[in-house]
Ligand binder design. Structure first.
Ligand code: HEM
Length: 285
């Protein structure tokens, strides 16, 4: 038999530069949070990917399973429907893009358009069914410390330097009592990608927040900014702290290391087609 190979795979039928621009167009909304969907897009891309287990080679962004009720309903994923709903019209506009590619690309667009580094990204993830959802409990618990953070990220295949670089994304966005139970932004410019997670962590005095909610920290001076118990582990643990000091002092080093680690995160467990090109998208403005 002769097998014709002329069917173009769907991932090849998408103009990703055009999707990039359209995602960028969805970022701003003065009625949402601090005026941008960027932070919640970054969190969606990370939670879609951070389920990876290198031993069993399960989880990760491939499959786009975070859209299914089973996985969307994991406590750690509360609130991510805001990001998925915002992106849904683009899935209609570009029916050939997989949810897995759309959600990870949204994280890349958000990092870049909010002032962060260029993040290398490849297309070709394929969507899977609800049966491929990972069990609950693979994402980190913000109430815990360094040992737990290491357990979770070593399982994915990251080292201490990469973990310390990734958590710098907590310069963006805020905690919502209705989602995680925690409250407040990490700094005064939650819609700009900066090294402020590290500078704030080192330069402010963090005290327990006095409230009925879960244990967390607020800055002593204004009480407006926050740190999670898991964030504080990066100050207390001497190995993590080395990198916190480095990234606080050197924003370029942070940007370079974040870009590498974030790109790796979005690719964990993905079997890309051999001819999938690597994109380095140009930031719009
Ligand atoms: C928000 C925990 C690592 C990106 C949050 C929230 C929690 C949390 C509890 C608040 C969610 C809400 O109430 O809306 C953690 C823990 C981590 C971790 C325990 C591991 C130590 C990361 C990583 C990234 C990331 C690796 C990305 C590379 C974000 C962003 C937000 C966020 C951008 C803000 C979302 C928004 O404004 O809606 N994280 N996170 N986090 N996280 Fe993490």
């Amino acid at each position: 038999y002769f097998y014709s190979n002329e069917t173009t795979p769907s991932w090849k039928k998408v103009n990703y530069n055009s999707v990039y621009k359209d995602i960028a167009g969805l970022l701003e909304d003065e009625d949402y949070d601090d005026g941008s969907y960027g932070p919640v897009f970054v969190r969606l891309a990370w939670h879609a990917s951070g389920t990876y287990d290198k031993k069993t080679r399960t989880g990760g962004s491939d499959g786009g399973t975070i859209r299914h009720t089973a996985e969307a309903g994991h406590g750690a994923n509360n609130g991510l429907e805001h990001a998925r709903d915002r992106l849904e019209p683009l899935k209609k506009q570009y029916p050939n893009i997989s949810y897995a590619d759309l959600y990870t690309l949204a994280g890349v667009v958000a990092v870049q358009e909010l002032g962060g580094p260029t993040v290398r990204w490849r297309p070709g993830r394929e969507d899977k069914t609800e049966a491929d959802c990972t069990p609950d409990g693979r994402l980190p618990d913000a109430a815990q410390g360094a040992d737990h953070v290491r357990d979770i990220f070593y399982r994915m295949g990251f080292n201490d330097q990469e973990i310390a670089a990734l958590v710098g994304a907590h310069a963006l966005g805020r905690c919502h009592t209705s989602r995680s139970g925690f409250d407040g932004p990490w700094n005064a410019s939650p819609t700009s990608f900066t090294n402020f997670f590290y500078t704030e962590l080192l330069n402010s005095t963090w005290v327990p927040k006095k409230w009925n909610g879960p244990f967390q920290y607020v800055d002593k001076e204004s009480g407006q900014f926050m740190m999670l118990p898991a964030d504080m582990a990066f100050k207390k643990d001497s190995e993590f702290r080395k990198y916190v000091e480095k990234y606080a002092a050197d924003q370029d080093a942070f940007f370079e290391d974040f870009a590498k680690a974030f790109s790796k995160l979005l690719e964990l467990g993905v079997k890309f087609p051999e001819d999938a090109p690597v994109y380095e998208f140009k930031t719009l403005e």
